[in-house]
Design a protein around this ligand. Structure first.
Ligand SMILES: *Cc1c(COP(=O)(O)O)cnc(C)c1O
Length: 442
């Protein structure tokens, strides 16, 4: 069922194997003990590899998670720093990570969104997990922070990535702080806010004439070539470590709810990595006894102009058919999402769904969130809020339960989306008469 996807990975795997003949077994990545294949379960030593050498399935980090009294672990976490490193015992990073030069992302606000709840007809608790508060104003700082520790452990000196925009900025900033060189790749036609942010930290930024999927393919080739020797691509050869950073969203949401699982989560999908790792994080909290084991539902959100996972979900298929993206939600514009099939599994297993909204609905939802809660989300936030509204209207999401909706980035990076319909109410001469005439007093 995943044959097509595996054939693509086979080529990349052959390339990385060629580049990676000597895995270093002495690396210190804390509780991480191995890489394990998500398809066949074969284990490999920790190294900069991402595809199984047996079946070409994607690899993920396997752990020795802390055993013992959950109450003690809970206290240890609560005594930690107000950033993702409070969860270091559950992440592939050395124990002393909090003391290393990094951007210290995370511990962003979980906003109780009562005004938005009223507008949407939600009678249960509604929250926005607002990741625009991260150092480079998107959730990507969480994943890059993990990748950079893996890069250190494997001796890479240049950090790279293929990016839909936010990742390029997160890599540039993290590399600057930690003293790495960076060279990142983006589609050439991104929003100005993303391009400028990716460039300002002083690393090299390369615009590729093509879509994100072209950029990604290019980076896979670069890894297999001497030109890319010694480069850590955070979302390619360091992807298993990178991906683990998304678990911190699950940890924070539950801790901020008072060590409680939400009933429903609405999560945006680009490659689908974030959604699958939030599920992994929730499962770990249950296994560790940090939260009560009860059901939760995961809902995935896409833009209609790039909705390969949503379409597959609605058609009841296991295979995700690639699309050519055409949407203002550029941070989510991955037409061939690597984790698509896993997202489908999770949505179906938890009783959730995958849904999409069109660009007009994205813009409406950005403004709805801004005017009800004072949160200016980027287009990805418009996608999740818009999908939440649609799921409630369609009777798919239960408005009487506790729901957490992710806003994964800052609206200042996607001003173009709302600029045409957001401007001054009036422009007047500086006189009381003129203001009176404008009819805005009282
Ligand atoms: C990258 C990104 C996501 C999700 O990415 P995945 O590839 O699905 O992990 C969500 N929102 C924003 C703003 C992003 O930049």
């Amino acid at each position: 069922m995943r044959k097509m996807r595996r054939e693509g990975l086979a080529i990349m795997a052959a390339q990385t194997v060629a580049n990676h003949t000597d895995p270093d077994t002495s690396v210190d990545l804390g509780p991480a003990v191995a890489l394990s294949c998500r398809e066949c379960g074969t284990r490999f030593a920790l190294g900069p590899i991402f595809a199984c050498q047996e079946c070409f399935g994607p690899l993920e980090v396997a752990y020795d998670l802390p055993a013992g009294d959950p109450e003690e672990l809970r206290k240890r976490i609560e005594a930690g720093p107000a950033n993702i490193w409070r969860y270091a015992p559950l992440l592939p990073v050395p124990a002393d990570v909090a003391g290393k030069p990094n951007l210290n992302p995370g511990w962003t606000q979980l906003v109780k969104a009562d005004n938005l709840a009223r507008e949407l007809g939600v009678t249960g608790e509604l929250y926005i997990k607002d990741d625009s508060g991260n150092p480079t104003h998107s959730f990507k700082d969480r994943v890059v922070a993990q990748a950079i520790e893996a890069a250190r452990a494997f001796g890479f000196t240049t950090l790279s990535c293929s990016s839909t925009g936010n990742l390029a900025g997160a890599v540039g900033a993290a590399a600057a702080r930690a003293g790495f060189r960076s060279c990142v790749f983006i589609p050439h036609d991104l929003e100005q806010g993303k391009v400028v942010m990716a460039a300002v930290y002083g690393g090299d930024l390369v615009g590729i004439e093509g879509s994100y999927d072209d950029v990604n393919r290019f980076c896979s080739e670069l890894i297999g070539d001497p030109l890319g020797e010694g480069w850590g691509f955070v979302n390619v050869n360091l992807r298993p470590y990178y991906a683990e950073g998304s678990k911190t969203l699950a940890y924070e949401i539950c801790e901020q709810l008072g060590w409680r699982l939400p009933d429903q989560l609405v999560i945006p999908i680009a490659s689908g990595s974030q959604l699958t790792k939030i599920d992994k994080g929730l499962q770990e909290l249950i296994k560790l006894g940090l939260v009560e084991d009860r059901p939760y539902k995961i809902f995935g959100a896409q833009a209609e102009g790039c909705s390969p996972v949503s379409v597959a979900f609605k058609e009841g298929r296991d295979v995700v058919k690639p699309q050519k993206p055409n949407t203002i939600a550029k941070s989510l514009a991955i037409g061939n999402p690597a984790d698509g099939p896993y997202v489908l599994d999770i949505a179906r297993r938890t009783g959730g769904a995958v849904e999409d909204v069109n660009d007009e609905q994205v813009v409406d939802a950005i403004k709805l969130l801004a005017r009800t809660e004072g949160i200016f989300g980027e287009t990805a936030g418009g996608v999740t809020v818009g999908v939440t509204r649609k799921l409630i209207e369609n009777g798919v999401l239960d408005p009487t339960l506790t729901t957490v909706v992710l806003n994964t980035g800052d609206g200042l990076k996607t001003l173009d989306a709302v600029a045409p319909t957001s401007g001054p109410t009036a422009v007047i001469r500086p006189s009381l008469d003129a203001f009176r005439s404008a009819g805005l007093a009282g």
